[in-house]
Design a binder for this molecule. Sequence first.
Ligand SMILES: Cc1cc2nc3c(=O)[nH]c(=O)nc-3n(C[C@H](O)[C@H](O)[C@H](O)COP(=O)(O)OP(=O)(O)OC[C@H]3O[C@@H](n4cnc5c(N)ncnc54)[C@H](O)[C@@H]3O)c2cc1C
Length: 429
Amino acid sequence: MIEAKYSEQTWYEATADRGAQRQQVSGRIEADVCVIGGGLAGLTTALELARRGTSVVLLEAKRIAWGASGRNGGFVSNGFAEGMESVAARVGLEAARALYQLSRFGTEFVRREIAEGDPSIKMGEGWQGCIRYSNSEEKRAGIAAMARDYGQEMQFFDVAETRARVNTARYFQSSYDPSAFHMHPLRYALMIMDKAERAGARVFEMSPALSVTKDGNGYRVHTAQGEVRCRDVVYCVSSLDRTIHRLTGRAILPVATYVAVTEPLKQDVIRTRSAISDSRRAGNYFRLVDEDRLLWGGAITTRVSEPSRLAERMKGDMVSVFPQLGNPRIDYAWAGLMGYARHFMPLIGTDGQGQWWATAFGGHGMNTTAMGGILMARAIAAGDDEYKRFAPFAPQWAGGAFGRVGVQAGYWYMQLKDRLDERRSGKAA
Ligand SMILES: Cc1cc2nc3c(=O)[nH]c(=O)nc-3n(C[C@H](O)[C@H](O)[C@H](O)COP(=O)(O)OP(=O)(O)OC[C@H]3O[C@@H](n4cnc5c(N)ncnc54)[C@H](O)[C@@H]3O)c2cc1C
């Protein structure tokens, strides 16, 4: 496993109740299915399997949702980490439409689970996507293409409407997606664990799977103090373990990204409770959370340790967009690790021998992990083959350390392009 040295002191941890730590695996346990990894991909798989009457064990190396699932931005929206234009270029429009529909299904699953479980987990409706350079035609064309090709309805806001909601001279036009929402991701993950346990899943924490060996028609999943004997194994470890399953481990790149949360603010610059992002390639995204704190996310690197002076850096980004905020105190700042495949699409598949995987959800995992978990459970419990829609996005070698260097170089290039776009727009404005 990657030993990512990331802060445990997130705002989410401070505002969620984890309850008692679940037991560690000890001795021999039998189950139909063993799910490895207790992020949202693994949790949703376990929940949906248990709901279908399958006996399932979930192994989490640390605490549930310790990885990206419990420390992300909390934005839930349709689509994937890869843009739909690129998806359609690869698989054709009809197949891209079917994939988009699956991603929408993931969004609606999350919405429903929250509504039926704990509505307070949802923290706001809608997503406003702002551009940092002026280009009405481009924004309108993007909105029209999503409506025409995928039935995704969005509104267009001109500069005045954009700034009435988000008061900064940095932003020009924006789109508003009413089908998106934002939430408390750790409380959501804990709720899914709770539902999975009530449906019969057995959840183990502090129980890293160390290896998996074939055993007759099934598998043995070995941990430090025991093993799980099962018919099927589902790998949901993202980029946090690149050795437990070689095929997907070689195909996934760890990419770090960052979040900061301010003290409660008295401000009049962000006048909406919806989620907001801007067109920086690696994204600035933010939202108001409880007590009018500003939760701010952005930047990507390939480091697996938290950068020094992280809070100061995040504050720098914040006040470069909203100088009116002055010098807000940062109460929390943390990193998280995402997993990306080279094609930026999830890896969802099987070897046909009882090993399954649902991973590499990148920076767009809140809806797609739900979708992936449902596809896994339907395939294993009912023989459904809809997961095969992801066959064109098979695991490919991600380039090891060279791949990491490539990601970093690509990011610097994107930063440079952002600056140029903005400077051009500044001249035009
Ligand atoms: C800072 C940040 C902000 C983000 N913001 C958003 C957002 O706003 N919206 C959005 O849609 N997506 C966002 N994402 C992406 C999203 O969080 C991820 O795509 C998603 O959570 C991935 O879920 P997962 O279950 O695949 O992986 P993870 O949540 O990383 O879970 C993997 C789990 O596997 C466990 N594990 C690893 N190895 C083993 C082993 N050998 N045995 C047992 N367990 C093991 C790990 O401990 C971990 O808990 C963000 C990500 C980050 C990091």
